[in-house]
Design a protein around this ligand. Structure first.
Ligand SMILES: [Zn+2]
Length: 533
């Protein structure tokens, strides 16, 4: 295995060259205008590598990179410059493609856009982190050339921040680790039965009543939780943007809404009918019967207004609106919901109702709110069940079958099945002492997952946008535990999402992982070290 091919996810092509590039105390990053942010991220990444001193950034026109007057130190190359440059011709059909060229005197990262520069920078970060450096020695890496581009445009990581609150500092650590593995979407699960984490300026009651919950196991009065302020959200988005990671917020509805009912019980079927009904954020987990009332127009007015504040905070094109696990018991009992179903023709003359259709109508109405503001809705795969507009992006979580069905129907799909693939809250192996629940998903399971099923007809395959790792946190109370559940399965999935399918080889991956573990150690990641199958 050549040094260059040790990267995870595996690059499309790499060829070793002659000699090696040695970092010295004058090593700098020379960037052309417009790439200052990317240069800043690379400098921050390199500063975490033992044996590399602070790397300066030199900005200017691409013409005046070279004449940097740099004194040479004995035995080192003179300049040792890392150059970042844009070349619009270097498209390779994606803005994330890059070429990383390492010679004894310089390192050059070339891409059509900043996104490709960051992906190339991640490869460079891995190469230097993979070196074990003796005390006082300078880091050197083998010369060569990597030409690389992603297989899928959607390579996501979802973190459930509703079941457990994670501080912004931890989210930043994860964003760096996501970028390290060339992921490009951070799906931020912000609301659920257990908490409402997003502070909406005009609606302070949402976090006041929804962001903290009673710890049922604690005998005294003990509330746990937290929420993200406007400035927290901006900080996360800025951090992600600098690493060319898109942030997709998720606001769950019509189910998983108990924390919302804590401040607005009138939005539930029972709460609207009876003002004495009281809700508090759940400390239990599971699926709860109380969901948003589909017969109450105030619910839609509330979301229309609230979402306009969400659009201001999240500049990306997508908002995830949930749509999963919404039991229909309340809708069948609620006079307003029954009236709505009758008015919409979702009831038969003999007293039967079709609440699945009501859910599709509900999600469609929410989708229209987004579309009116130029946003596109994402939903869990249940949104397809009753029929919904084809502009909705479907996340296939109940297995791959719902995603195959949705793609065949013409929906764009992100594959994140819970079936031994993408649910990283499941155990690493079936040992009773392993943390995790609801199933087992080994490293090998994740690695062998294929997002594009052979069952899909060829003309529908382009509907598979990519895949995503999901980390639900009912049983995860600390960032360290989250790291243990995520790694190294996230490394495996990053290769599934980025590298060419024909290159996938579990034996080869396992070998590279040995070296990669050393990188994760240096980055202070608490990963699982048990058996992989
Ligand atoms: Zn109702």
């Amino acid at each position: 295995m050549s040094e260059l091919s040790s990267i995870i996810p595996a690059p499309v092509a790499c060829e070793p060259g002659e000699g090696s590039f040695r970092f010295n105390q004058e090593t700098c990053i020379a960037t052309e205008p417009g790439l200052e942010k990317e240069a800043g991220v690379l400098a921050a990444w390199l500063s975490r590598v033992p044996g590399i001193e602070r790397v300066k950034i030199v900005s200017g026109n691409s013409d005046n990179h070279k004449p940097l007057a740099i004194p040479s130190e004995p035995g080192s190359n003179k300049t040792a410059t890392i150059r970042l440059s844009l070349e619009s011709a270097l498209c390779l059909k994606t803005t994330e493609a890059y070429v990383l060229e390492i010679t004894p005197s310089s390192i050059q990262i070339t891409a059509a856009e900043g996104a490709g520069i960051i992906r190339g920078a991640a490869s460079l970060w891995q190469l230097v982190l993979g070196k074990s450096c003796e005390e006082g020695q300078r880091v050197s890496i083998q010369a060569g050339r990597i030409v690389d581009k992603p297989r899928f445009g959607w390579r996501g990581l979802m973190l459930d921040c509703a079941r457990n609150f994670f501080r912004v500092e931890f989210i930043e650590k994860l964003l760096d680790l996501a970028a390290f593995h060339k992921l490009n979407v951070f799906h931020w699960h912000l609301t659920d039965d257990q908490a409402w984490r997003l502070d909406i300026p005009s609606r302070p009651e949402l976090v006041e009543y929804g962001a903290f919950r009673k710890d049922q196991r604690y005998q005294g009065e003990c509330k746990k939780g937290g929420y993200y302020s406007q400035s927290d959200v901006k900080r996360v988005i800025d951090y992600a943007q600098a690493r060319h990671i898109l942030v997709v917020p998720e606001i769950e509805l019509p189910g998983h809404s108990i924390a919302l009912f804590s401040s607005h019980p009138e939005f539930s079927c029972r709460g609207r009918a009876d003002s004495s009904v009281h809700f508090e954020p759940e400390d239990r987990y599971g699926i709860f019967e109380d969901i948003l009332c589909a017969g109450n127009d105030d619910v839609f007015t509330f979301f229309d207004n609230m979402l306009q504040e969400v659009y201001k905070m999240f500049p990306g094109p997508y908002i995830h609106m949930g749509g999963d696990e919404a039991p229909k018991d309340r809708w069948l009992e609620c006079p307003a919901c029954r009236e709505r179903m009758q008015a919409l023709g979702f009831a038969s003359g003999d007293g039967r109702y079709f609440p699945e259709k009501l859910q599709a109508w509900f999600m469609g109405r929410i989708s229209n709110l987004l579309v009116n503001h130029g946003k596109r809705m994402i939903g869990w795969d249940e949104v397809v069940d009753g029929g919904i507009g084809k502009d909705t992006i479907v996340m296939s979580w109940r297995g791959i079958e719902p995603g195959i069905h949705a793609a065949q129907c013409g929906y764009d799909v992100v594959m994140c099945p819970q079936t031994r693939a993408c649910y990283l809250d499941h155990k690493h192996n079936d040992d009773p002492e392993e943390p995790g629940h609801l199933g087992v998903c080994t490293l090998k399971d994740s690695y062998l997952f294929e997002p594009v099923s052979e069952k899909l007809s060829d003309e529908k395959k382009h509907h598979i946008l990519g895949g995503q790792a999901n980390l639900w946190t009912e049983l995860i109370y600390f960032g360290r535990q989250a790291e243990y559940m995520l790694f190294p399965r996230l490394c495996a999935l990053s290769e599934v999402f980025w590298s060419p399918q024909e290159m996938r080889n579990f034996e080869d991956f396992s070998q590279r992982l040995r070296l990669h573990e050393h990188r994760l150690d240096t980055l202070d990641v608490s990963y699982y070290k048990g058996r992989f199958f």
